[in-house]
Design a protein around this ligand. Structure first.
Ligand SMILES: Cc1ncc(COP(=O)(O)O)c(C=O)c1O
Length: 402
């Protein structure tokens, strides 16, 4: 062990999804044809109007420091986007722009969580929520959900988890990894309880545009238009990474009350300063320019969702809920646990995923990474051909288990 490393740093676990990605990349370099359902990013290119805005920023010399909380014009574009869509009355002083939504979440954790705090996290959860809470010395309290409850929490379950140490609930809708979307009534009930108990409701809306036909999506901020006081309790996290295929540009943001936004901005000013000036110009174009490319990407994701849901549900022993949003599906593979291959026992979904990578050359993330053993996460941010071939290989490998 390296001398002098802090207890805090030693508490972190590396991202399991990035670890899988690194392993697949290595296999590909070695010439192995791997089909990956592991990636958490759109396979589309950033739309041309957005790329051009980035190029123009460079040509115009927009390459210097900006205000650390983000440019006034990008923060105004974020407000316009939300005010138009959800009838809010946000001002740039409600917004802090950061280096991706993960960084926005990290800033919130830094500002709100500390020793003695409990933070409620529904499981299955996105991998970084508990790690960030632990890093701050606070305690993640998991609220277990499964397929039988459509992976959703409700107020009765929530009430039982709240103690006098509870600081916040982190909700992710549409959800990574389950693809569930909370409807207006469910959100309203959760929000009412959170307000009654004086907690923060942190809603990660990074997949808000990726919702499929017939599904109603509501931003928690829609409740604020009739009741501005709710901003005392609500913090929204969003960004351009997923909706606009801009994962590498690193732009995310928080929407909160002005006092909290000022504290988050001040804290960011002492850590990263502003997010990349060029990316901020590109993000401004993403939010205020044509949304045509988003429509095309969502249509493609919807077709792939239908395809992968159909193929996986044909496999004996697999149970699933068709995702309403995001680009992930999270089927239950627990019936394959305790099978074996050539005498070697497959005791859990970590082992099952290792087996599938070795035998079928198919990359899938085990549910353990999301606090839900027995399940596996498939990203359908990949081509229809890859989905067909990948599930075919997977089926063949599963047949060899006994
Ligand atoms: C639920 C969720 N929140 C936040 C993020 C982070 O997004 P960004 O790339 O903008 O940091 C991700 C990325 O995988 C995610 O799945």
């Amino acid at each position: 062990m390296l001398k002098g490393v802090s207890k805090r740093a030693l508490s972190i676990s590396p991202s399991p999804t990035l670890a899988l990605d690194a392993r697949i990349k290595k296999m590909r370099i070695e010439g192995v044809s791997v089909i990956s359902f592991g990636v958490g990013e759109p396979d589309f290119d950033t739309p041309i109007n957005i790329k051009n805005a980035g190029k123009k920023a460079i040509d115009d010399g927009f390459t210097k420091y900006t205000p650390s909380q983000g440019t006034e014009s990008l923060r105004q574009a974020i407000c316009d986007f939300y005010n138009r869509k959800w009838c809010t009355q946000l001002k740039p002083t409600n917004i802090v722009v950061s280096n991706g939504a993960k960084h926005s979440l990290f800033n919130i954790a830094m500002v709100l969580f500390g020793e003695g705090d409990e933070v409620l996290i529904p499981a299955p959860y996105w991998v970084s929520y508990p790690e960030q809470v632990i890093l701050m010395g606070a305690k993640p309290i998991f609220i277990k959900t499964d397929l039988t409850t459509d992976f959703k929490i409700n107020v009765d379950i929530l009430k039982d988890c709240i103690t006098d140490k509870t600081k916040a609930l982190i909700l992710n809708s549409p959800c990574n990894p389950t693809g569930i979307v909370y409807n207006k009534k469910e959100l309203q009930e959760i929000l009412n309880l959170v307000v009654q108990k004086g907690l923060y409701l942190i809603v990660d809306e990074i997949y808000d545009a990726l919702v499929y036909n017939g599904i109603e999506y509501t931003s928690v901020l829609s409740f604020v238009s009739g009741n501005p006081d709710l901003m005392k309790n609500i913090i929204v996290v969003n960004g351009v990474s997923k909706t606009y295929a801009m994962t590498g540009w690193r732009i995310g943001y928080t929407i909160s009350n002005e006092i909290l936004a000022k504290i988050i901005g001040d804290m960011q000013s002492q850590s990263t300063s502003n997010p990349c000036s060029i990316s901020q110009k590109a993000a401004e174009e993403a939010l205020s320019g044509s949304q045509e490319a988003v429509k095309i990407m969502v249509e493609a994701f919807q077709k792939r969702r239908d395809l992968i849901s159909g193929l996986l549900s044909e496999i004996d022993g697999v149970k699933l809920k068709k995702p309403d949003g995001s680009f992930y599906i999270f089927p239950d593979f627990s019936s394959f646990i305790n099978t074996s291959f050539k005498g070697i026992k497959i005791q859990n979904t970590i082992k099952l995923c290792e087996y599938l990578l070795e035998e079928a050359k198919v990359g899938v993330v085990p549910g353990e990474a999301f606090g839900a053993p027995g399940y596996m996460r498939f990203s359908f941010a990949t081509s229809e051909d890859n989905i067909i071939e990948g599930i075919k290989r997977l089926k063949e490998a599963l047949k060899k288990l006994n």
